[in-house]
Design a protein around this ligand. Structure first.
Ligand code: NAD
Length: 309
């Protein structure tokens, strides 16, 4: 039976979290959008007398994400009021509000320890019956929820949306060992019928299906082409429009995904394998690490392989 989702909470308001919240909100589902409390207010906020004690400043990351969604409306197909259905908040002050939602989606940075710590915090406010899922690109669903109770793990699974959620129809569902079958089937039906997704069930293996293949393709292209001195634009012209993929050429895709996120995703396979040949493919090129160190994270930071227009 289709899962009934009246309200949802998305935790993490970055590239994917804000996009997922927008997609849910456009489907008529009110959404909390939570993020961490930023360390310091900006100079401008301080000048206005705002400190981290003020709720608006404490919820700045999520509030800014909602403002950006409102201004740039991610899809012409979204209705005009979609952003009004997203309520921003922060993890320190507003996490208890998840007791009133039917689905909590974890969409924070691709790091096992961060996700484990977050799930423990979520479980402290979780009410049985609420589905909890992770948007991880490929971290083990089992490992992530290892410290949680059996009851929680029966309600926990991977729901892997693709970037950008407004256009990408694919959604991988990744059940854990204990996930209840009716939660998997109920979420599948919900994601297909209410969110318009094409759902594929994947096993809990490093990077599941799509990113196991996709990361491989991107890394091989990167290593081959950069080593041989091809220009970024040339490679994109061939791997994008010429292959009938106007928006998903190699380097543009990396900028869209986020260079830091891509490094985490590639590392996930690298660290999970003992196979030397596989390690050689999934070793992240030094050039990418250098970009992360410089803060060239792709579209989200304004500079990646391309400068954001
Ligand atoms: P992002 O860098 O845009 O956003 C990450 C968010 O995590 C930020 O809002 C940040 O404030 C928050 N965060 C950072 N440290 C945290 C902490 N200690 N506790 C709680 N929150 C913290 O990343 P993203 O691209 O939105 O990726 C989020 C998740 O979605 C990752 O698991 C990623 O692998 C997955 N994903 C990403 C893509 C993509 O193309 N970028 C696609 C599919 C899945």
């Amino acid at each position: 039976m289709m899962r009934s989702i009246r309200k949802a909470a998305v935790i993490g308001s970055g590239v994917m979290g804000s996009g997922i919240a927008a997609h849910l909100a456009n489907a008529g589902i009110p959404c909390l959008l939570l993020d961490i409390v930023p360390k310091q207010p900006t100079d401008e906020e301080t000048a206005k007398g705002l400190t981290l004690e003020h709720a608006a400043v404490r919820s700045r990351l999520a509030a800014q994400a909602v403002e950006k969604l409102r201004k740039t409306k991610p899809s012409p197909l979204y209705d005009d009021a979609f952003a009004d259905r997203i309520t921003p908040g922060n993890l320190d002050d507003h996490l208890a509000l998840i007791a009133d939602v039917d689905w909590v989606i974890e969409v924070v940075v691709e790091n096992l320890e961060v996700k484990q710590r977050l799930l423990s915090r979520v479980e402290a406010h979780w009410k049985p019956g609420t589905v909890v899922s992770s948007n991880t690109s490929g971290i083990s669903i089992e490992a992530m929820s290892a410290d949680c109770s059996e009851s929680f793990r029966r309600h926990f699974l991977g729901t892997h949306f693709f970037n950008p959620p407004r256009y990408m129809k694919l959604l991988e569902l990744i059940p854990g060992e204990l996930t209840e079958p009716d939660i998997v089937s109920g979420m599948r039906e919900f994601c297909e019928k209410r969110l318009g997704k094409g759902v594929v069930l994947a096993k809990d293996t490093p990077n599941f299906i799509a990113n196991r293949i996709g990361t491989y393709g991107l890394l091989v292209t990167l290593q081959e082409m950069l080593d041989k001195g091809f220009a970024v634009e040339e490679v994109d012209a061939v791997t994008g429009p010429a292959m009938g993929r106007p928006k998903s050429a190699t380097f543009r895709t990396l900028d869209l995904v986020g260079i830091d996120t891509f490094v985490h995703v590639a590392n996930n396979v690298y660290e999970s394998t003992q196979d030397e040949a596989e390690k050689a493919v999934f070793a992240v090129p030094a050039a990418l690490r250098g970009m992360v160190e410089k803060g060239w994270l792709g579209e989200k930071s304004g500079q990646g392989f391309y400068l954001k227009q």
